[in-house]
Design a protein around this ligand. Structure first.
Ligand code: ATP
Ligand code: MG
Length: 184
């Protein structure tokens, strides 16, 4: 399917300078001492995929994802995260299927709204979530499994469990579309 090959961050949490993380293999391990930024990389994935809840990114407001300064550095005014996907098999949905690579980018200014881009074209948040619906990848989907997630699934209420299962089965896109139709 779509394979994530690179993550690029700048001004996002502790990644103040432009940082390029290549993901060359099928399995990539991120290791480092406490506080070095491992979880921030996962937060970056969730954020660029459309997460809109600051608490899900371990912050109080969305602006908390912007580098807010350290003893040596001043805060910066914008955060950006870009994901590069290999689409050589043409699996991306709709108009994006012909691109060999798909770039997904989100930018947030300290004083403004966030913008999303697909292959440098300004798009809506919904266009980002649409690309990944049914793939298990998404800000709240099951493909990002964090500490505590397994027990959350085990202890889930029936309604929460149904949402997990629908996404896993790839049917949530139809539920989303039906809701849209009903709203029209
Ligand atoms: P652990 O092994 O303990 O889980 P980790 O590698 O997952 O650690 P993270 O939680 O990713 O570490 O990173 C925490 C660091 O990120 C802290 O030092 C924190 O100050 C820094 N940080 C988080 N948000 C910001 C921000 N907006 N600006 C600057 N630094 C930030
Ligand atoms: Mg961590």
């Amino acid at each position: 399917k779509l394979r994530l090959t690179q993550i690029k961050l700048a001004g996002f949490k502790s990644f103040v300078d432009p940082t390029h993380i290549p993901l060359p293999g099928q399995i990539v391990g991120v290791v480092g001492p406490n506080g070095c930024g491992k979880s921030n990389v996962i937060d970056a994935l969730r954020w660029v995929l459309g997460e809109s809840k600051a608490s899900a990114l371990r912050g109080e407001t969305m602006q908390d994802v912007i580098f807010n300064g350290s003893s040596k550095r001043k805060p910066v005014s914008r955060a950006s995260v870009e994901l590069i996907f290999d689409n050589s098999l043409g699996k991306a949905a709709g108009q994006w299927s012909t691109y060999a690579e798909i770039s997904i980018k989100r930018v947030l200014q300290r004083d403004g709204d966030s913008s999303y881009y697909i292959n440098n074209q300004h798009v809506r948040r919904k266009d980002i979530t649409d690309i990944f619906l049914g793939t298990g990848l998404g800000a709240r989907a099951y493909a990002i499994i964090e500490q505590g997630m397994i027990s959350r699934i085990i202890e889930a209420k029936p309604e929460e469990l149904r949402i997990f299962l629908e996404e896993a089965a790839g049917v949530s896109k139809y539920r989303d579309r039906r809701r849209e139709t009903e709203l029209r």
